[in-house]
Every structure is written in C-alpha cells, then in structure tokens.
Design a protein around this ligand. Structure first.
Ligand SMILES: C[S@@+](CC[C@H](N)C(=O)[O-])C[C@H]1O[C@@H](n2cnc3c(N)ncnc32)[C@H](O)[C@@H]1O
Length: 270
C-alpha cells in the first residue's frame, strides 16, 4: 500500500513535492529529478510512504513489514491497557521526562496510539508518524479528544516523509525496539533534525544482568518473528556513527530502561 498526501497538500514548504500519479505500488517515483527524497529541490513523498509490502533491507536486517504492520494493527485496541501497566511497573516518569524536553517543531517517530500526546509542552508543533494505520487511528482520536492539532501520517521510520533539517526535536519512545532497520531510522532522524536539534529516545533495552539478557534473548526468538520487537537493543550504542552528541543519559530498573537526549550535528550531504 502506498499512502500519500492529499492533492495540493504540502507538508514541506519550500520544496517541490513529488505527488505524481502513477507512482508504482512499490512506492518508487520515476519523476525527473527524483533522487529518493534527498535532493534539496525535490522531495519524493510517494517513495517515503511505501508501507505494507514485504521489504528486505540491506545491512543484514531482514524485515517482513507487512506481517509486523498487521501485528500492530491487530493489537492497537489493547495497546493502551497493556502499555499503561508496563509504564507503571517499569517505565516510571519516562514519558514526561522525554516529552518535557521537546521544543519547537517536533516529530514523534513510531507515535503509536499517541500516549505521549497529552504530555507535550504548550507551543510545540507536533507531527507523528507510524507504520500502523490501526495505531494511528487511535492517536487521531486521542489528539481530537485533547483538542490538539497533530499532523499524523502513515510512514516507515526508515524513510521519513520530511525534508532535511525540518524539526527542532525528534522523539521516539519504545519505537526503536520495534523498527526493523534501526540504523536507517536513526539516519533519517539525524537527517530531519536541524543542526543542534534534539533527539530524545526512551526504550526498554538489554538488562545489566547476564541472566536477564539470556531471558531476553529467549523472548526475542518469539517476539522478533511475531512483531519485530527486540529486547537486546541499546539506543546509546546504536547512535554511534550518526553524528549525535549524547548530552543526557539514564539507565534504571536493572538496566532495563534507557533514556537519553542527544544533539544533532550539521546536516551532511548523502
Ligand atoms: C511498542 S509501540 C510504541 C508506541 C509509542 N511510541 C509509545 O511510546 O507508546 C511500537 C510502535 O512502533 C511502530 N512501528 C514499528 N515499525 C515501524 C516502522 N518501521 N516505522 C514506523 N513505525 C513503526 C508500531 O506500529 C508501533 O506503533
């Protein structure tokens, strides 16, 4: 499935936005000047919205995005109840911690059902993306109940539908554990952040104890296949090579939760 913006709708002021009809189901734009959304003058929105088909990434990351997307669609109805219980037991004040550090134009990657939406400071302008339409439907209801204007779009984190340097803050809570190609996603987060912008990450990570890590490894044999959900990733380690400076970092609950703020360096051309 390929999802685009409405006719004449531009999420990216200042850039020519590619919304050509006839874009293939694989989301490949064949328009003149299109270089996959990365040129300064041409933003290929269509290519960034390719979701729902089986996708194979490079760098040894194997994905089955259709199956995982379906998983999140099917579990959207029960997500808030389950996650609120985990929030109470494990996560503590991490949502408030993360979101209170957001400023200006904010992109929330893998926004889910929008559990963070009520917590954003006044004056932040919010955009959220997620691969699951079921999760996004719930985020939309939440935003409308809150009376918050949030631009919510279906997109993969590995190809964000935004131009370079367009956000002051990128937030991702409990998303990197579920995004198949975390490296591509972090590269995209770096690309869309303005120089000096903040990346704020919270996630459940590999625990400090060897026994716990062993259990997490066993758990992953089921959850990665089922939902693309990883337990052994460490956002802090994954950031290496993406040009971020980590300015705040905490790890707690036997090392199972990690949260950090990093600042983006200058945008580099691909
Ligand atoms: C554990 S939930 C976290 C939701 C939300 N961030 C939160 O804090 O409650 C993981 C989310 O990642 C989304 N997701 C998984 N793979 C993704 C991808 N490649 N791009 C964007 N979102 C993705 C899922 O649809 C799901 O909403």
């Amino acid at each position: 499935m390929t999802v685009g913006l409405g006719p004449g709708e531009s999420a990216f002021p200042g850039a020519e936005v590619c919304l050509r009809p006839g874009v293939s189901g694989a989301g490949v734009c064949r328009g003149p000047g299109c270089v996959g959304g990365r040129s300064a003058s041409h933003r290929c929105v269509a290519a960034t919205f390719a979701v729902g088909g089986p996708v194979r990434h490079t760098r040894g990351v194997t994905t089955d995005s259709a199956r995982w997307q379906r998983y999140w669609d099917e579990h959207a109805g029960d997500y808030d109840r389950q996650m609120t219980a985990w929030d109470r037991r494990l996560v503590g004040d991490s949502r408030t911690w993360a979101v209170s550090r957001a400023r200006g134009d904010v992109l929330e990657v893998a926004v889910g059902t929008g559990l963070n939406l009520p917590l954003y400071p006044e004056g932040t302008r919010l955009t959220g993306i997620d691969i699951s339409s079921g999760m996004l439907d719930r985020a939309r209801s939440r935003a409308s109940q809150l009376g918050r204007d949030v631009a919510l779009r279906q997109a993969g984190a590995e190809r964000l539908p935004s131009p370079d340097a367009s956000f002051d803050t990128v937030v991702c809570t409990f998303g990197l554990c579920a995004i198949p190609d975390h490296d591509a996603a972090l590269g995209e987060m770096a690309r869309v952040l303005r120089p000096g912008g903040r990346l704020i990450l919270v996630d459940h990570v590999a625990g400090s104890s060897r026994v716990v890590r062993l259990l997490q490894r066993l758990l992953e044999t089921v959850t990665v296949r089922q939902a693309g959900e990883h337990f052994l990733r460490r956002p802090f380690e994954l950031l290496a090579g993406h040009g971020f400076d980590v300015v705040e970092r905490e790890r707690f609950k036997a090392g199972l939760v990690e949260r950090l703020v990093a600042t983006a360096g200058p945008v580099t051309s691909p």
